[in-house]
Design a protein around this ligand. Structure first.
Ligand SMILES: [Ca+2]
Ligand SMILES: [Ca+2]
Ligand SMILES: [Ca+2]
Length: 162
């Protein structure tokens, strides 16, 4: 005779399901904001986020600063790091793979900023334009180069991302 035991079990289970359903409804509240760290607060933060992982590539002479003129010397090294299949266009997937320290939201933001003709691909020229634009934003004292302090690379390295 299992029935007398089965009924309360089913009742308990139903009550549990109700609690879980109510909890799920609460969690799906549409007003829940995304964590602030998923998004950039401004252009400057976005520029630093982009520059930090490539700082040592662009600062080839290890002077602790990136000069505007150094970009073209290393540009294709940088570009082909992201353009893995060397198709001379960076897809959204390739871009995300080249930015493992990013959230999907951050990558989407940067990708859309780069893709100025909105063809869902980053051309060589679009990427180049963005690198220069990001360096300009990061160059807060406007002396034509971005030093380690301006790029906050020490904080980035301390965070174990490089
Ligand atoms: Ca490609
Ligand atoms: Ca494009
Ligand atoms: Ca500077």
């Amino acid at each position: 005779m299992t029935l007398p035991f089965a009924v309360p079990y089913i009742a308990r289970r139903a009550a549990l399901m109700l609690v879980l359903t109510l909890a799920a409804c609460t969690m799906q509240s549409p007003v829940a904001p995304a964590p602030a760290t998923d998004h950039f607060v401004d252009e400057h933060q976005a520029a630093l986020h982009f520059i930090q992982p490539i700082f040592s590539v662009l600062d080839c002479e290890k002077k602790g600063e990136i000069e505007q003129g150094e970009v073209d010397e290393h540009f294709f090294e940088l570009y082909f790091f992201a353009d893995r299949d060397r198709s001379r266009s960076i897809s959204a997937v390739e871009f995300a793979q080249s930015m493992p320290h990013s959230t999907p939201q951050q990558n989407l933001y940067l990708f859309q900023r780069m893709d100025t003709d909105r063809n869902e691909l980053i051309s060589v020229e679009e990427y180049r334009q963005f690198v220069f634009a990001a360096l300009q934003v990061a160059d807060t004292n406007q002396d034509g180069s971005v030093d380690e302090q301006e790029a906050a690379v020490h904080a980035f390295r301390r965070a174990g991302r490089q």
